[in-house]
Design a protein around this ligand. Structure first.
Ligand code: MG
Length: 384
């Protein structure tokens, strides 16, 4: 698993920034930000983030800000945090002045090279937490997200609209940051709704890999060109990632390959849907294709039922026997444990089959849609 990082600013975020000179240069000026110790302790305890402190200390080491004025308060802060289990993996201190335009100074990333272009780190799921817009610019420059420690009721000026896009939370309350990260964690940890089914009999050897939360990527090798094309439609229009490989007894006929693919695909859906919490459950679609109209309704109810109304003139379209369309969806319904109702009317058999697959795909897309935060089971019965 890739590592996620919280890049945390120091002054104005971990500790109070003195309003008169912005320098914590004595022990007397050290004061923790309210609730930071408790909330950051919970964040460190409950979630897996690396912690990196990133701070600009203007002129540190010069007569304006001697080292001996800086370190006692800094060390006291670090020790206090460590005594509460909050250990920073890295501390990055830039000592330049703003006018130096140093590549190491926030919002620039000169000190943070080890995280950039490093596949070990998941910057897209990392955060910069800080009280200045330059902290949010740093988030933007890192490709991370931002939590801005400012009063959300104040108007905030973003120098570039793109910076605003990285800001996911504006608050002055560390408790709220913990609660926010908790929700983010649930989304991050949400199990991937995917399944891999390997179904092997004397007649067929079928591999199905399915990801319900995919991008519509597909690769199909069933030995039947028209069938591959239909499965492509399913993946594309339901926005699934789907890979199906079939080694079937095509020397006999197409029957077993199509039927068993439907069974394996149905099983993959049943497995990938898991406990079905948070899904829409029902889906439907009316799809025209030239003279043809296909109507599909689906309910992932946990019970198989199949209703079919349609007729074909030809025996085959390409290498696909038209009688197998009914059989494919009946077998899918049996294995996925869904109610499937399909009607199609038209003159062109190619249009009819393709319209049914596309309407099936769009219905599935609707039915499997998941509200990321909802844990609700869409049934008054309490089981699906
Ligand atoms: Mg700050």
């Amino acid at each position: 698993m890739k590592k996620r990082i919280l890049f945390i600013d120091r002054d104005g975020t971990l500790i109070i920034e003195p309003p008169e000179d912005f320098q914590v240069d004595s022990l007397e000026k050290l004061a923790f930000y309210p609730k930071v110790i408790r909330s950051l302790g919970q964040i460190v305890g409950d979630f897996e983030y690396e912690l990196a402190m990133v701070t600009n200390q203007d002129g540190l080491g010069t007569p304006q800000f001697p080292e001996e004025h800086f370190w006692p308060a800094h060390q006291k802060m670090v020790q206090t945090l460590e005594s509460e289990g909050i250990n920073f993996d890295e501390t990055y201190i830039d000592r330049s002045f703003e006018e130096d335009n140093a590549p190491t100074r926030k919002p620039r990333t000169g000190m943070l090279g080890k995280y950039l272009d490093n596949p070990q780190y998941d910057l897209a799921n990392s955060y910069v937490i800080g009280d200045r817009i330059s902290d949010m610019e740093l988030a933007y420059n890192l490709g991370a997200k931002g939590i801005l420690m400012q009063d959300p009721s104040h108007e905030i000026y973003y120098p570039k609209p793109v910076v605003e896009e990285v800001v996911e939370l504006i608050t002055t309350d560390w408790e709220e940051i913990f609660q926010f990260l908790k929700v983010e964690e649930e989304l991050y940890q949400a199990p991937n709704r995917s399944a891999k089914i390997h179904r092997k009999t004397n007649e067929t050897d079928i591999l199905v890999e399915l990801n319900l939360d995919g991008e519509g990527k597909y690769q199909h090798q069933t030995g039947l060109g028209f069938f591959d094309h239909m499965l492509d439609q399913l993946a594309k229009h339901a926005k699934l990632d789907l890979h199906i490989r079939v080694k079937g007894d095509l020397h006999i006929d197409e029957h077993h390959s199509i039927e068993d693919t439907a069974l394996a695909l149905g099983e993959a859906f049943r497995k990938a849907l898991g406990n079905k919490r948070g899904i829409e459950r029902y889906g439907h679609f009316l799809l025209p294709m030239d003279e043809t109209l296909a109507q599909v309704a689906i309910d992932f109810s946990g019970r198989p039922w199949f209703v079919w109304k349609g007729a074909f003139k030809r025996e085959k379209v390409g290498d696909f026997p038209t009688e197998m369309l009914h059989h494919f969806f009946k077998s899918f319904s049996d294995a996925a444990l869904c109610n499937l109702n399909i009607q199609v009317q038209g003159d062109n058999d190619h249009h009819q089959i393709e319209a049914v697959f596309k309407a099936f795909a769009k219905s599935i897309k609707m039915a499997i849609k998941k509200d990321g935060l909802s844990n609700d089971l869409p049934s008054t019965k309490g089981v699906l």
